[in-house]
Design a protein around this ligand. Structure first.
Ligand code: CMC
Length: 428
């Protein structure tokens, strides 16, 4: 029988035919497999969802063995070469590349929403001067939920669109305010004459000049980095976004949760961790000793390895090329030599080769950010800004998917069997 899986339950001798569609069986089809009539039915055990598809999605395609990444079918290298972040965000959200009129309207729409409510500014002033910008970022995104109660109407497509525009437009403003707050500089209001990334650089770095003019190479480099980070299918933060959103929480609350998931050093916090690691290594001469330590189980080579990519991350390749363009303007980041030597040794070393550990998106991005003048703790925030488009596209897709319900995994209970309460006085 084609496209079915025949399962024999050796506990009962019964056979079951389970349909296979899109290379997948439905976990719920296993529920009919019971050892006795009062049995709950068979479940799958898959901690960290290593082999479980939680949704069907038409946004991003990854082939981890071949190192392929496509948004809506377009290869990432073509988008990085020809597109802009805002155009790519429109593609991810709508499924098609916008025509000129659509792109103009979309850019205007985003420009209209770049300002933050003055109360949000006051809210941000309450953070300690040395607060981590990612903590400020995710808290402030959550706080937007209180400013836009209309966002709760998540079943209304038009309302969802409005929140999507607001969020994509406001995340750079929040990020820039968090940065200025941490260094004690006054906030800079958006300049709507500038491009998305040009305005972001303006809000970050403008001093007393009347008009901030971003360096075109740095503006474009940041745009390319934003394109590369815009979506990456069902990673930890996107799963958090979908999971929180599945309870019908508003998009600000859901996105705050997604940003919190991104904060961790195994995910979007890795770019910051890479730079700390390179600083700790200190010189090319110390690289072999560091590699030996990692192989001995003491720490990880940050910026290496990926759950899905078992070959060179295509984004890392493009970032490496972008780094050269940026360093022509800013001067070479002196930590680059340590990174190149780490990569050279790791790509030849049996430990890394046999585990298929290659540089990921975070290995070189931090070197660029640092050369551009960003402090290390801003790096995860720079990941969160473009990923906002992906999170929202996935959230919107989830809400339109009739297969989806509130996310609620099962567990295998391994705790104590039923027992009676023991009064405190008689406990041992
Ligand atoms: N350095 C040294 N060993 C590693 C590394 C690493 N970076 N990554 C994985 N391994 C080893 C791991 O110890 C294990 O070895 P063994 O089989 O002997 O126990 C094997 O490789 C498989 O690792 P795993 O932890 O089962 O793999 P995973 O798929 O659960 O983890 C990962 C993926 C990205 C969390 C992991 O590779 C890692 O911690 N990398 C460093 C952090 C990092 O760079 N994160 C950014 C990921 S890309 C950006 C994004 O999040 O989208």
């Amino acid at each position: 029988m084609a496209d079915t899986l025949t399962i024999t339950d050796n506990r009962t001798g019964k056979q079951y035919d389970v349909p296979i569609a899109e290379g997948t069986i439905r976990a719920m089809d296993l529920r009919q497999i019971k050892a006795s009539p009062d049995d709950f039915g068979l479940m799958t055990y898959d901690p960290a969802f290593q082999n479980t598809a939680s949704c069907r999605s038409s946004i991003t395609f990854i082939d981890g063995d071949k190192g392929i990444l496509e948004y809506r079918g377009y290869p990432i290298d073509q988008l990085a070469e020809h597109s802009t972040y805002l155009e790519t965000a429109a593609l991810i959200l709508n499924g098609e590349l916008p025509n000129t009129a659509e792109l103009d309207a979309w850019s205007r729409e985003i420009t209209l929403h770049t300002m933050l409510h003055e109360n949000i500014k006051k809210f941000m002033e309450g953070f300690q001067y040395d607060a981590h910008p990612m903590g400020i970022f995710l808290s402030t995104v959550g706080a937007l939920s209180t400013i836009y109660p209309d966002a709760k109407d998540i079943t209304n497509a038009e309302t969802r669109r409005l929140q999507i525009s607001r969020l994509i437009a406001k995340v750079p403003s929040i990020a820039a305010y968090a940065f200025r707050h941490s260094i004690g500089r006054p906030y800079v209001y958006p300049d709507n004459d500038l491009s998305f990334t040009g305005n972001f650089l303006n809000m970050l770095f403008k001093m007393t000049e009347l008009k901030y003019r971003p360096h075109p190479v740095l503006e474009r480099a940041l745009d390319v980095l934003f394109i590369l980070h815009a979506d990456h299918e069902q990673n930890c933060s996107t799963s958090a976004m979908r999971s929180i959103g599945s309870s019908q929480a508003d998009p600000y609350a859901s996105l705050a949760g997604a940003a919190a998931a991104l904060y961790g050093p195994l995910h979007g916090g890795a770019n910051e961790a890479v730079l700390h690691m390179l600083k700790e290594i200190g010189s090319v001469a110390n690289v072999p000793a560091f590699i030996a330590r990692v192989k001995g189980g003491d720490g990880r080579l940050m910026g290496f390895g990926h759950r899905v990519y078992k070959s060179y991350d295509p984004r890392a390749r493009i970032i490496k090329q972008t780094a050269d363009l940026v360093f022509d303007v800013t001067g070479r980041n002196p930590l680059t030599d340590i990174a190149l030597e780490l990569e050279r040794i790791a790509l030849e070393d049996e430990y890394f080769v046999s585990r298929k550990l290659y540089p990921n998106v975070d290995f070189y991005s931090g070197l660029i950010y640092q050369a551009m003048g960003f402090p290390l703790d801003m790096f995860p925030v720079l990941f969160a800004i473009p990923r906002t488009a992906g999170w929202l596209a996935q959230w919107d897709e989830m809400l339109r998917d009739a297969d989806q319900k509130i996310a609620r995994p099962r567990q295998i209970y391994i705790g104590a069997a039923r027992r009676d309460y023991v009064p405190r006085a008689t406990r041992g």
